[in-house]
Design a binder for this molecule. Structure first.
Ligand SMILES: Cc1cc2nc3c(=O)[nH]c(=O)nc-3n(C[C@H](O)[C@H](O)[C@H](O)COP(=O)(O)OP(=O)(O)OC[C@H]3O[C@@H](n4cnc5c(N)ncnc54)[C@H](O)[C@@H]3O)c2cc1C
Length: 429
């Protein structure tokens, strides 16, 4: 701990890396506490990832789900925000390396999350963008809308069909949400917008390597989700591990699909920052944390959220979900404050409040303990939960109501036009 000017101990310096769910809620819990806090993120905004697929499919605009971190924390005088890329952790000297400098710390909370992984086939990446960030969402949106435009002008029937074929790889919540929304765009939102093509003839194919979609949910809910997808016209292919992706083509064993738009929603890899710690990692590069969320031998360093693998509750890792990250963030800084007071740290325990995934306009699945819901009721629960989560954001309730209305009436909330530089907002009416 460093000393202040008068020789009295200064407040310990807590550095939080990552302003996602884990890092932000860790910062909230340190509001006006006797610590100095620096929150480092490579973006200046906190992103509400659960609604990212809505930006990717033109239902919401980027500003609806991103909020400047500085603005969120402006009432916390003990918390500074630094826009920087963290590159390495030097454990012996307690310094966080930045792309353009370094930061000393007394306590460190790492919450830099994960990005998508292509199972050793990085060459697939340009052909199949994943959905993790705003840039990804805008790129997916650009590809989807341009595919319809290209199809409209394509004279060769086989090529036109390829433009109107959309393959989503991965049947987890993100893949299911993307596939369902794409189907609705094709069947309803674009219904009368084209003269040559019939968007309802689009094929939306969901490829899942496992035996069912939404494998983290109860089997009955997986089955309900598959039925909802089928009713939207999505072709669900389970047991179909992708073996090749190239320009205009996707292969899954014997299955060969000509598709110009492929979206990746399978597999994650940890933020590379984890490797610089030199501690045990799991196969995806996530840090195997101790019961109190610290790393072995370093009670001053915490790893939380998607970047952490926590095996001390039932033996299987906790899922990569926002509530897990939030609770870990709150618990980690609780332990920091305990350490500052000279008290013992406490082990983390996740309180499972359930999980849900939405499938298109008015269906969802939700699992909350013994309660299992699907269909419209689950969708209503999904909307309410998302409104509650977004409530800290300025005007979010209004945005959600507008968005939910657009969702119900099939009108996409954000109209976009394509131009030479990609997508630009439409002119004012
Ligand atoms: C498309 C999508 C949909 C999802 N839907 C749901 C859902 O419906 N419900 C649910 O519970 N969960 C959902 N999740 C998962 C949930 O969003 C994550 O579990 C959660 O965001 C994890 O929080 P985190 O703080 O660990 O990481 P993140 O929220 O990913 O935050 C990581 C932060 O670290 C920053 N960062 C990364 N590397 C660096 C670096 N080197 N230097 C500085 N900053 C860095 C990033 O900019 C980011 O702000 C979804 C995820 C995605 C991608």
């Amino acid at each position: 701990m460093s000393l202040g000017n008068g020789g009295a101990p200064a407040h310990p310096h807590v550095v939080i890396v990552g302003g996602g769910f884990g890092g932000l809620y860790a910062a909230f819990a340190l509001h006006r506490q006797p610590v100095r806090v620096t929150l480092v993120d490579r973006h200046n905004y906190h992103l509400f990832q659960p609604l990212l697929y809505q930006v990717a499919t033109a239902g919401l605009s980027p500003g609806d789900i991103a909020q400047p971190i500085r603005q969120i924390l402006r009432r916390s005088p003990n918390i500074a925000v630094v826009l920087a890329e963290a590159t390495a952790v030097d454990l012996p000297t307690r310094r966080l390396g930045l792309a353009d400098g370094e930061l000393p710390y007394d306590f460190l909370v790492l919450a830099t999350g994960v990005s998508h992984a292509y199972f050793g086939h990085d060459e697939w990446q340009p052909h199949a963008p994943g959905l993790k960030d705003l840039d990804d969402a805008l790129e997916i949106r650009r590809r989807v809308l341009l595919a319809f435009e290209a199809a409209e002008r394509e004279p060769v029937e086989a090529r036109r069909r390829a433009w109107l074929t959309f393959v989503v790889v991965g049947g987890g919540p993100t893949g299911v949400e993307l596939a369902g929304t794409l189907a609705e765009i094709a069947r309803h939102a674009l219904l009368r917008d084209f003269r040559v093509i019939d968007p309802t003839q689009s094929r939306i194919i969901l490829l899942e390597a496992g035996s069912r979609v939404l494998s983290g949910f109860a089997e009955s809910l997986s089955a309900a989700a598959a039925r909802s997808l089928a009713s939207l016209g999505v072709e669900v292919c389970t047991g179909s591990a992708v073996t090749r992706i190239a320009r205009g083509i996707v292969e899954a064993g014997p299955i060969r699909i000509a598709a110009e738009t492929v979206l990746w929603a399978a597999g994650v890899t940890a933020s590379p920052l984890a490797r610089t710690l030199g501690v045990p990692l799991d196969r995806a590069g996530r840090v195997l944390v101790e019961p109190d969320l610290t790393i072995p031998g370093h009670p001053e360093v915490f790893v939380i959220g998607d970047l952490a693998t926590f095996l001390h509750q039932g033996g299987t890792p906790l899922p990569g979900m926002a509530p897990v990250a939030i609770q870990m963030g709150q618990h980690a800084v609780g332990n920091i404050l305990r350490a500052v007071r000279g008290e013992a740290m406490r082990p983390f325990r996740y309180r499972n409040k359930g999980m849900m995934a939405t499938i298109g306009r008015n269906a969802a699945v939700a699992e909350m303990g013994p309660v299992r819901l699907h269909g419209f009721v689950a969708w209503l629960v999904w909307v309410v939960v998302h409104i509650l989560f977004l409530i800290g954001f300025k005007n979010r309730v209004l945005v959600m109501i507008q968005w939910a209305w657009a969702y119900v009436t099939f009108k996409r909330g954000v109209r976009l036009i394509t131009g030479p530089r990609g997508l630009v907002p439409p002119p004012r009416d």
